[in-house]
Design a protein around this ligand. Structure first.
Ligand SMILES: *[C@@H]1O[C@H](CO)[C@@H](O)[C@H](O)[C@H]1NC(C)=O
Length: 254
């Protein structure tokens, strides 16, 4: 329970009440909101809530406390008259928000982790069905990422299905994208990953596995060739043996 700033009698009473009454929840929520990398648009918000409802807020853009209930309005008036409370609240943008945001930027947001990219066959495809290939992008940070497909150097927009960026739960993310395509001889399919951890888009070429049918044909052909070579060798050896022995026989018959 955060009661540091609740030194005024009325809020102090509320704090004590919170501790005693089950089912009621009194809290103070401070926020530092910004979007600009140089932190120039930093806004400090300090809200006081009873159960889910805010009854008093300080917004650094407004520069003073604003009450939303009778109790909140009364406290806002009192705090706005107190130069030291007001000054302290107004200083939070520089004293609290910006230094902490700088630390967080350096420790978290400016860090990147390169993804591991894996291409795999979901469906090999045949005469009647298109092939399905998946580009899995694992363990990257931060979350924003773009995964796209190239077919013979041209960006493919249709027949692509992608998942959201899925949090692993360890600060890292993963995402998966599938492309449906009709296999053609000599075609080049690539998965393109764009991420803050890379200085340029990374291209991963898809090397489709040799279809089972073709593999078997190759195997069959190899076996056939080996058999043929063996057969010819045996036949030649036999013929040679016959020639030598028949020649010997002839010679011995002289
Ligand atoms: C703070 O005040 C500004 C100016 O009135 C307003 O635009 C902004 O939405 C307020 N922020 C919050 C979080 O209430």
């Amino acid at each position: 329970m955060e009661c540091v700033k609740m030194s005024l009698p009325e809020l102090l009473v509320l704090c004590v009440l919170t501790g005693a009454a089950d089912g009621y929840y009194n809290y103070r929520w401070t926020q530092c909101i910004y979007s600009s990398p140089d932190l120039s648009d930093m806004v400090y918000i300090e809200g006081f809530y009873f159960n889910k409802y805010p009854f008093l807020k300080f917004n650094s853009t407004v520069g003073k406390f604003v009450g939303f209930t009778e109790f909140g309005v009364r406290n806002a008036e009192m705090w706005n008259k107190d130069a030291s409370i007001l000054q302290q609240a107004r200083a939070q943008v520089d004293v609290f928000c910006r230094p902490n945001a700088k630390l967080t930027e350096a420790a978290v947001y400016n860090k990147t982790v390169q993804p591991k990219v894996k291409l795999s066959s979901v469906m090999p495809g045949d005469n009647t069905h298109p092939a399905l290939v998946m580009c899995s992008v694992y363990d990257f940070y931060p979350e924003p990422i773009t995964v796209s497909w190239l077919q013979d150097g041209v960006v493919v927009t249709s027949d692509v299905t992608s998942t959201e960026e899925l949090p692993n739960g360890d600060w890292l993310y993963q995402t998966h994208s599938e492309l449906e395509y009709t296999p053609k001889a000599g075609q080049q399919i690539s998965c393109v990953v764009e991420h803050a951890s890379f200085s340029k888009p990374m291209i991963y070429d898809w090397d489709p596995p040799v279809p089972e049918f073709e593999f078997n044909m190759q195997l069959l052909f190899t076996i056939e060739t080996a058999g043929l070579v063996l057969g010819i060798t045996i036949a030649a050896a036999g013929f040679l043996y016959y020639k030598i022995t028949s020649a010997g026989l002839k010679r011995s018959s002289y």
